[in-house]
Design a protein around this ligand. Structure first.
Ligand SMILES: [Zn+2]
Length: 136
């Protein structure tokens, strides 16, 4: 169901397709363009999250290299024919990972903007303080 709406997630590449002129860099690793597949699967940050969770919940480290796209992952996510709580959680895990990575990405983007604004404001404030001190 979710896979039908991937192009609605406004990663930088999607914003560019809609006409926004902005640089495209993944804010989590700053080493690749931000696409849906990169942000949620290929990014080192995402790989760390997937790797940790698949090991913890299954005891088996899945080879993430087998999943090139997020659709690959979702379509091939192993399922267990069981109604026990662990199987239910396992089935929801990919969606929880995607949701939490998206929220982290948005927090990082917002924080970076706040830090840049704070640095500019601090630089101006210090410049004004030093000019005031020289005028004394
Ligand atoms: Zn990245």
């Amino acid at each position: 169901m979710w896979t039908l709406n991937w192009n609605r997630i406004l990663t930088v590449d999607q914003l560019q397709r809609r006409g926004l002129v902005i640089p495209n860099r993944c804010c989590m690793c700053n080493s690749a363009n931000e696409t849906i597949d990169h942000l949620f699967l290929q990014c080192n940050f995402a790989r760390f999250i997937w790797g940790e969770l698949t090991t913890i919940h299954s005891g088996v480290r899945y080879d993430l290299q087998n999943w090139i796209t997020l659709n690959d992952l979702l379509l091939n996510w192993p399922s267990f024919n069981s109604k026990d709580i662990a199987a239910e959680i396992w089935g929801r895990l990919p969606y929880a990972v995607i949701w939490c990575i998206w929220r982290s990405r948005n927090r990082v983007t917002t924080e970076k903007d706040k830090v840049l604004q704070a640095v500019k404001a601090t630089s101006w404030a210090w410049l004004n303080m030093s000019k005031s001190a020289m005028e004394l």
